[in-house]
Design a binder for this molecule. Structure first.
Ligand SMILES: [Zn+2]
Length: 423
């Protein structure tokens, strides 16, 4: 091992973070320890989805049945997002890992001042993974470095997820809690990294990359299947590049031999990947990818006036197409959904697909086989499983960067800053 192969991960015990979150007396009366099915009326004809405990992941995947009676689930939400510390060239980046729980209401979770989201690690952002390596080999090393680091950071969750742990709540009661990795919040490149998905394909389903523009999703990827395929490739492979080739056949990245989630109990990493409104919809689908350095707020403002700008200037079908996309974006952000409003989401998607070919005919786009368009097919499933999209919004975590990354950076002397930021 050369000096370049040493990387430092600053981290703390996620179980202590979970105990802190549940033990906070200020939140005691708001913490929810079990799933709830909510209906819009007494006849129970229409389900309502909003907080995480109203979703199917906690309610109907018989998760609770697999645990001893009296045990409570702590749905763990992990978010990672590389962030720039300085705006100028040669800028420093940092790679924070955040942890929060589905037991807390989203209104508390998203406010930095409520301390309902805990920074548990800064991962290594070093690109020094061996100077002599080719670009492809470097990419493989960086992928494995991420998984090895997350293995170290999240390892305590494995044992606690299998055997449970005693946690004193903010109300003073002691409960047996099972922390289970439920959601992983990240942008598309990181979704691929986390799930070992080949870049350019879907981290949630097995759709072929030339069929991504279609209306239907393919069969699910599952953690079990991906683990098995990686294991088979590992056993069969005669060399590292052969391992990668074997993985690529199944649209697996081939950069990771041992994913960090391999031994996580009751977890499905592919299901846990959540929709990302900011990057997938505002930045991707609306076709302003050419504009860099545009803030989330500015993109939202542009979406607001888009229809007014193209009215009378673009063909009718183009307007219908963009209106359907905008409907989808806004309906996807409803803070509460029921079966009727989920139908609005489906209708908007149907309308978009029925009219999208005009954009190809006019030469605005060549095709729709890109992950951002495809991702729209998975919103409904995500809302039904984990509650509305404000539970796992990447924007929420971007706010935390101000406190946990940028403020901490400014408090350092800008030299060997990570230990100081951690302090
Ligand atoms: Zn998919």
């Amino acid at each position: 091992m050369t000096l370049e192969d040493k990387h430092i991960v600053h981290h703390r015990d996620p179980l202590e973070a979970i105990k802190t979150l549940l033990g906070n007396p200020a939140h005691a009366e708001h913490v929810v320890y079990g799933p709830k099915k909510i209906f819009s009326d007494a006849s129970q004809s229409e389900r309502i989805y909003n907080e995480m405990w109203t979703g199917d992941w906690w309610n109907t995947l018989s998760l609770q049945d697999r645990l001893p009676s009296g045990a409570c689930v702590a749905p763990v939400i992990i978010a990672t997002d590389k962030t720039q510390l300085t705006q100028f060239t040669g800028g420093k980046t940092t790679y924070p890992v955040y942890l929060t729980l589905g037991n807390l209401p989203r209104a508390i979770r998203r406010k930095p001042l409520q301390q309902a989201c805990i920074l548990i690690a800064y991962l290594s952002i070093s690109k020094m993974v061996g100077k002599q390596l080719t670009k492809k080999q470097k990419s493989t090393r960086i992928q494995q470095l991420f998984h090895d680091s997350m293995c170290i950071v999240l390892e305590p969750l494995i044992e606690a997820g299998k055997k449970g742990m005693e946690v004193t709540g903010g109300d003073g009661k002691v409960r047996i809690m099972y922390p289970i990795l439920a959601c992983y919040v990240a942008d598309y490149p990181e979704q691929c990294l986390v799930t070992c998905t080949k870049y350019g394909t879907c981290p949630k389903c097995q759709v072929n990359d030339d069929e991504m523009g279609g209306r239907e999703a393919a069969g699910w990827r599952t953690q079990c299947r991906t683990s098995k395929l990686i294991r088979i490739a590992r056993e069969k492979a005669t060399s590292i590049s052969n391992f990668q080739e074997l993985c690529k056949v199944d649209n697996i990245s081939g950069g990771v031999r041992h994913p960090f989630w391999e031994d996580f109990p009751h977890c499905d990493i592919h299901m846990g990947i959540t929709s990302d409104i900011l990057h997938q919809l505002y930045q991707g689908v609306n076709g302003w990818s050419q504009l860099s350095q545009v803030s989330g707020k500015e993109r939202k403002d542009m979406a607001r006036i888009l229809l007014g700008c193209i009215m009378g200037k673009a063909p009718f079908q183009v307007i219908v197409c963009y209106r359907a996309l905008l409907d989808f974006i806004y309906v996807a952000q409803y803070p509460t959904h029921d079966d009727s409003t989920l139908q609005y989401l489906t209708n908007a998607l149907d309308e978009f697909h029925a009219n999208k070919d005009i954009l190809v005919d006019l030469g605005i786009r060549n095709h729709f086989n890109i992950p951002k368009f495809h991702s729209m097919l998975h919103y409904e499933e995500c809302i039904c499983n984990f509650g509305t999209t404000d539970n796992y919004n990447t924007e929420m975590f971007e706010h935390f960067h101000i406190d946990y990354a940028k403020e901490a950076w400014r408090a350092s002397n800008f030299r060997n800053e990570l230990p100081q930021m951690t302090q």
